[in-house]
Design a protein around this ligand. Sequence first.
Ligand code: IMP
Ligand code: MG
Length: 181
Amino acid sequence: MATITYQGLEVLYTHQQIATRVAEMGAQITRDMNCEKLVMVGVLKGAAIFLSDLARAVQVDTTFDFVAVSSYGKGQRSSGAVKLIKDLDEPIEGKNVLIVEDILDTGLTLAYLRKIFLQHHPRSLRIATLLDKPSRRIEKIDADYVGFSIPNLFVIGYGMDYAERYRNLPEICLMSADHPE
Ligand code: IMP
Ligand code: MG
């Protein structure tokens, strides 16, 4: 039987399942970094919670930066256009950069960020996403680190929102089409 949260939402991944997977991702990133320094760039706001857990799971000399892009607005549908709302604070030239994203969906956001970051000539550029919805892809892009690959479902919690709500849920839950707002 599905686990249900206090808000009546169906749980897709529990906090424990997320923690286990994030620890595995952190260990893999630690190995791949080979004692080099890392800049983790979180995509606001959805990736904030994932970044805070992932950063503590990597044993690497790490700094943070954040960017913000326009994305879903108030509903479940993307406008299609991606725009940078908040740029990097620090130059990334010559640095090992890991973009940290909550969910790779159509790929428009990450394809755009990858393009503009590469123009700054980082030493390396990798992508970590907690969730991947490969069936929804419009832009050809893959993440280097994927937490969970999921079908075409709209999810909320652990940083992810529906109209800015539910980001603080510790679990990843399903947003059903008939859920009362
Ligand atoms: P993309 O540009 O279509 O790959 O998606 C970019 C952004 O859309 C993600 O970073 C999320 O913020 C948002 N998004 C996509 N799918 C979902 C979802 O199922 N729940 C909440 N946000 C989503
Ligand atoms: Mg996002």
